[in-house]
Design a protein. Structure first.
Length: 283
């Protein structure tokens, strides 16, 4: 487990790779963190309808040395995250005000964890590669496509030729044209998208620099991309079988954009010119 990454975020990242018994343990911890901290191994096993061996295996799978370290880590995170705030993972139409605070608290933690996991040395190389790129392509499928399109818009505003699209075949056809000096940014929540991974491999074959933005550095894209940025998600805290958030990935693209504005001398002039062009459509 990344030392800068929380146990809860690690559980969310690895959830889809866990065995069924391990998923039961993960779901119980996610939904009953406070209770889990005060349990013994056997109590957690009974509560999650698994075995003590499954709990031990679960600990190893998420990168902690044992159950004791798991409990200490969870207790520490609860103190740091919740503190004196009265927040939980509950969302209810019967208490909209509290539910909004619960969502806000988890989204803030999502962004904090994402920023904390950025490797600054690697990130500097990513920024330089994008700044100097002949062209950039941001690839994504499904629910991640809006992140790619927004990222392309931002980079084009800075004068960096960037493409993104909604039709996969068109995206892949463009990937085949990438060469040395170009950059492909692959955005995938799980990092296991077969199509996006395929684009990474084709881009590398052509000599382009590849950057993966995923929740899981151990995923296919995380392993095969030249550089990787890990995003955190806490969506699983609200929905057991659904884990997707564009907030972290969009924030990463926003961070890249903001850094590039400071690296490109004519950035503000280019953005102003774009805004002037767009102004004709505004009332």
């Amino acid at each position: 487990m990344n030392p800068n990454e929380s146990i809860m975020n690690t559980i969310s990242q690895l959830y889809d790779t866990l065995f069924d018994s391990e998923k039961k343990i993960a779901r119980f911890i996610i939904n009953n963190t406070g209770e889990a901290v005060d349990m013994t191994v056997s109590e957690l096993a009974r509560a999650s309808d698994t075995s003590e061996a499954s709990v031990s295996r679960f600990c190893r799978r998420i990168g902690v040395k044992g159950f004791h370290q798991l409990k200490i880590g969870l207790a520490k995170e609860m103190t740091e995250f919740y503190g004196e705030r009265s927040v939980s993972n509950d969302i209810s139409i019967n208490d909209i005000g509290q539910s909004l605070q619960n969502i806000l608290a988890n989204k803030i933690e999502e962004l904090r964890a994402t920023v904390d996991m950025i490797d600054t040395k690697q990130f500097g190389k990513i920024l330089q590669a994008i700044k100097d790129a002949g062209q950039v392509q941001i690839v994504a499928v499904g629910n991640t496509i809006p992140v790619a399109i927004d990222g392309a818009f931002k980079l084009n505003e800075l004068g960096i030729p960037t493409s993104a699209g909604t039709i996969w075949e068109t995206q892949l056809a463009h990937t085949h044209m990438l060469k040395k000096g170009d950059v492909l940014i692959a955005v995938s929540n799980s990092g296991e998208s077969i199509k996006v991974h395929e684009a990474v491999l084709y881009a590398k074959e052509g000599g382009a620099t590849t950057v993966g933005i995923t929740n899981n550095p151990a995923s296919a894209i995380g392993q095969d991309a030249d550089y990787h940025i890990t995003t955190a998600t806490r969506e699983r805290l609200f929905m057991d079988e659904f884990c997707f958030s564009r907030v972290s990935a969009t924030t990463v693209m926003e961070i890249i954009f903001l850094f590039l504005t400071s690296m490109i001398p004519e950035a503000h002039e280019r953005m102003t010119k774009c805004e002037e062009m767009f102004a004709v459509d505004k009332r």
